[in-house]
Design a protein around this ligand. Structure first.
Ligand code: HGY
Ligand code: MN
Ligand code: MN
Length: 425
């Protein structure tokens, strides 16, 4: 059992954390300083190889499972389920260097800090990265952690087809990360994910850390519109069955819908592909995605219903046929109140300001919350920018996040039960 005064005194090495973040950013580096490590690509492999190399250098026992999740274990004084931290190291095409990477590399920084101090935690500690959290190349997002907790069958994940036509299982084999460990994976004692907020709230309110209360609901739909190719010059407007128009009209409908609904409702048409995609041809086909999110499940359902009503109406009006396919659908998730309060109290004990807030993005923690007490620590995002090479968080904020993660993990490894906030006398 770690002496309380000893464990409360140790701190991470900010410069070492920054060096690892910069070194990982070299994998799939973009010219503009961002990262492009779409899941299961060569760049993803390069990032995986580098992180697993660090895990092994730190003396961790690394297990790779059948969907490519990596779990690195640091032995404790006792056996049993580890306290786990981690996140993801795949990125979107226009990724920054902190989304996901921070949670994994801060976990390694925690391990190295404990190694340097010669400290052995009571419970084992695990640092994980989960495959394909982004879901941008192959849906759904949080694919690896969803398989890890038994929420998605391995075969279904392996048979998922990427936007470039590749099969996930084939890509996993190709990059050499179809591991031996079985899924669902072992249930941790608890799970804590450090992540950048990716939104503007903490920075706007001048708050240094976030104790995340949960994750909003996510609805991803792929819409396929089939119209009729025709000549852009000779075809009277009343004769047209224009798939491109149906896609564009739906894009503006999604924006109107979010304005009408207000509150937490957000909506995005992020990907549109037209066929034949030529200047002088009325598009015969459009395939596009609609991303709807809300913290309230009933309102998210309402938004989905409104979208489908709109699609029926535009199909009728334009004389096109429309089909839809659900790419991902997750209800809102609430994290364990004890972990939320542990994060908040720990941040304050480190002299940081902190607020409770929900996560706007999906996270692996929302999947681990299905099987064990889970929570998240947020650091501010400069100007709220993310999924953009300009994503930035000040090193001091990253350090505060990593020290909060360190202390939360130690509170969990050294206690019998999940600590609860002491009722004030
Ligand atoms: O889409 C998301 O919220 C996450 O970045 N996968
Ligand atoms: Mn992320
Ligand atoms: Mn992301």
């Amino acid at each position: 059992m770690l002496e309380e005064s000893v464990r409360r005194a140790i701190r991470v090495d900010k410069d070492r954390l920054m060096r690892r973040l910069d070194a990982l950013a070299e994998c799939g580096a973009r010219d503009d300083g961002g990262c492009n490590r779409l899941a299961f690509t060569d760049a993803d492999k390069q990032g995986r190889d580098r992180v697993i190399g660090w895990m092994r250098e730190l003396g961790l026992t690394v297990e790779i499972d059948a969907i490519g999740n990596a779990v690195a274990i640091r032995a404790g004084a006792t056996d049993g389920p580890p306290v786990m931290c981690g996140s993801h190291i795949d990125t979107v095409r226009t990724g920054g260097r902190y989304d996901g990477n921070l949670g994994v590399l801060a976990g390694l920084e925690v391990v190295e800090t404990l190694n340097d101090a010669g400290l052995t935690t009571r419970r084992p500690l695990a640092v994980a990265f989960f495959s394909n959290e982004e879901g941008a190349r192959a849906a759904p997002d949080m694919m690896g952690s969803l398989v890890y907790v038994g929420g998605l069958a391995l075969t279904q994940a392996l048979d998922a087809v990427a936007i470039d036509g590749a099969r996930v299982g084939d890509e996993l084999e190709r990059i050499g990360y179809r591991g031996e460990a079985s899924v669902p994976g072992p249930v941790p004692h608890a799970f804590v994910e450090l992540h950048i907020e990716q939104g503007p709230i903490l920075e706007a309110e001048g708050i240094q850390l976030g104790a995340v209360t949960g994750v909003q609901g996510i609805s991803w739909t792929e819409v396929t519109v089939s119209g009729q190719a025709n000549h852009a010059g000779t075809t009277p407007m009343s004769y047209r069955h224009d798939a491109g128009y149906a896609a564009a009209e739906t894009t503006s409908f999604v924006r109107r819908l979010t304005r009408e609904m207000g509150g937490a409702q957000v909506g995005t048409v992020g990907a549109i592909n037209l066929d034949p995609n030529l200047v002088n041809v009325v598009a015969r086909k459009a395939v596009f995605t609609v991303d709807l999110r809300n913290t309230d499940e009933a309102l998210l359902k309402k938004a989905e219903a409104r979208l489908h009503e709109h699609l029926d109406a535009i199909a009728e009006a334009e004389g096109v046929t429309i089909s839809t396919r659900t790419l991902a659908r997750f209800e809102p998730v609430s994290f364990d109140r004890r972990i939320i309060e542990l994060v908040a109290d720990t941040a304050r004990s480190l002299g940081r300001t902190v607020k409770e807030l929900p996560a706007g993005a999906g996270h692996d923690a929302q999947m681990l919350a299905r099987v064990c007490p889970s929570g998240m620590v947020f650091t501010p995002s400069a100007k709220g920018i993310s999924h953009n090479p300009r994503e930035h968080t000040d090193p001091e904020d990253l350090e505060a996040g990593a020290n909060t993660l360190l202390q939360v993990l130690l509170a969990l490894t050294e206690s019998d039960e999940i600590p609860t906030r002491q009722a004030s006398p």
